[in-house]
Design a protein around this ligand. Structure first.
Ligand code: HEC
Length: 146
């Protein structure tokens, strides 16, 4: 009986593995439900995530950003931001992949030609780095985003 109960709980939690849309509820207070952000305060994800993905090294960088956060000055579309983005390394590899796939395909965003959806293994590969949010910002400079 006890085993049956445990099996049922395991099955239920697998069936309700979080979707990217559900996970994005944790982001929308800042980046907004429509991904537009708030000019000068929270950068937009709509129209911007594909730019990050298309930059050389951008795909690995955005995984690191999700894990370790980002702080200090950045520029998006010529607008300056100087905030703090919390890291989400408490989320599972599968959840982070789902979240990245969500923001890469919402609001008219699309993966650049030739790029496939994020996988949990791809996220897992960046876990050993343990960067600070400031180091993530320094790494962002190499992407050449404006
Ligand atoms: C508390 C507010 C807040 C929350 C919650 C938040 N972000 Fe952010 N996010 C920011 C800020 C502020 C920045 C820019 C940081 C800076 O200025 O250095 C940012 C940056 C980003 C960037 C990088 C943009 C770039 O060009 O470098 C992405 C991608 C992103 N956030 C996605 C997300 C996702 C996905 C979530 C939910 C899991 C999320 N954010 C949750 C505030 C937030």
């Amino acid at each position: 009986m006890k085993h049956l109960l445990v099996a049922m709980i395991l099955l239920t939690s697998a069936a309700f593995a979080q979707s990217g849309a559900a996970l994005y509820q944790q982001c929308q207070g800042c980046h907004q439900p429509n991904g537009a952000g708030i000019r000068g305060v929270f950068p937009p994800l709509a129209g911007h995530v594909p730019e990050i993905l298309a930059a050389r090294g951008g795909r690995v960088w955005i995984i690191q950003m999700m894990l370790y956060g980002l702080s200090g000055e950045i520029t998006v579309g010529g607008v300056r931001y100087m905030g703090v983005m919390p890291g989400y390394r408490h989320l599972s590899d599968a959840d982070l992949a789902a979240l990245l796939n969500h923001i890469s395909t919402q609001w008219g965003n699309r993966f650049p030609t030739g790029q496939r959806p994020f996988t949990a293994a791809e996220v897992q590969a960046q876990r050993a780095k343990t960067m600070t949010a400031a180091q993530v910002n320094a790494a962002r400079r190499a992407l050449g985003l404006r």
